[in-house]
Design a protein around this ligand. Structure first.
Ligand code: UD1
Ligand code: PEP
Length: 310
């Protein structure tokens, strides 16, 4: 029995695909009083075609299938680096998975898994957030413990905005050379396309960029709450449904603003770095779900930032 999920308020967060997949594997599932109740003997492998690309949906079904009897095929599986990493972790525990990193996963069930020692992949969204911060402030930053191959779409957009990017096996460096970024157009979509979790940060970048940038969010239906707060700082943003048209302004000016979710918080903090005067971001606790000591890390880079006690 687990509760229905929470997560960031960025649109509805349905789990129908998770439930449908587990049912196809033979689980009995009901939803009662906000809880999902599941009951099963040993699950049985089957072929599951996902209606849409879902990250944790793919992860849940893949995990369940590792111990099912027989073979499970997941079609239209998510290809996000986190799904790949989880597959590698499960394989190091004895799971048999083929097609890792493609849209068709084939999982041959095993009797049991064993313990493992596994290092999880670097957080590509945290890395990307710091790189955008450097791009917005005309700076230079080297992210260590980063994996460039998971950030192709993001790095391409940073280069388009005028940044010079170099990378090695476990680091990425962005050098903006003191230039103002150029506006970029972005459409979010499942991996390897541009990640929705970087959309808010690039919205902030476009606010102070040269030119006009159009950002279209296709993954979550209500993920532009940061736009209204950026407007308080003087940003020129027109919202039309799931599209934001952002005309870069030379300067934004500090104001009290409110964070509504995790990436919105990050984008408002980045905007605060370039806004003239003081910016106070309220409800910034959202940020701690995705960043460890962000104020310290930005402080080390020269930002004047501090966390006020509640
Ligand atoms: C903890 C975690 O890893 N969170 C990430 C994960 O969220 P999460 O796994 O919740 O996101 P999904 O990939 O499942 O959602 C993608 C889309 O599918 C829809 N959908 C999803 C499941 C389902 O059963 N039915 C359904 O309709 C969602 O409403 C959304 O429009 O992937 C998102 C998309 O890359 C990221 O923004 C989140 O940061
Ligand atoms: C939406 C996010 O996380 P969650 O799925 O945990 O809400 C996010 O990481 O931006």
């Amino acid at each position: 029995e687990v509760s229905l999920p929470g997560g960031c308020a960025i649109g509805s967060r349905p789990v129908d695909q998770h439930i449908r997949g587990l049912q196809a594997l033979g689980a009995e599932i009901s939803v009662e009083n906000g809880y999902i109740k599941a009951r099963a003997k040993r699950l049985k492998g089957t072929r599951i075609v996902m209606d849409m690309v879902t990250v944790t949906g793919t992860e849940n079904i893949m995990m369940a299938a590792t111990l099912a009897e027989g073979t499970t095929v997941i079609e239209n599986a998510a290809q996000e680096p986190e799904v790949v990493d989880l597959a590698h972790c499960l394989m190091s525990m004895g799971a048999k998975i083929e097609g890792v990193g493609t849209s068709t996963l084939v999982i041959h069930g095993v009797e049991r898994l064993h313990g493992t020692d596994y290092k999880v992949l670097p957080d590509r969204i945290e890395t990307g957030t710091f790189l955008v911060g450097a791009a917005m402030t005309g700076g230079k930053v080297r992210a260590r413990g980063a994996r460039a191959s998971t950030l192709d779409a993001v790095l391409a957009k940073l280069e388009e905005s005028g940044a010079h990017i170099s990378s090695g096996e476990d680091w990425i460096e962005l050098d903006m050379g003191g230039r103002r970024p150029k506006a970029v157009n972005i459409t979010t979509a499942p991996y390897p396309a541009f990640p929705t979790d970087m959309q808010a940060q690039f919205t902030a970048l476009n606010c102070v960029a040269e030119g006009t940038g159009v950002i279209t969010e296709t993954v979550f239906e209500n993920r532009f709450m940061h736009a209204h707060e950026l407007q308080r700082l003087g940003a020129d943003i027109q919202l039309e449904g799931n599209t934001a048209v952002i005309k870069g302004v030379e300067h934004m000016s500090g104001a009290p603003i409110m964070a509504t979710d995790l990436r919105a918080s990050a984008c408002l903090v980045l905007a605060g770095l370039v806004a003239q005067g003081d910016t106070t971001v309220d409800r910034v606790y959202h940020i701690d779900r995705g960043y460890e000591n962000i104020e310290e890390k930005l402080g080390v880079l020269g930002a004047r930032i501090r966390r006020l006690p509640n």
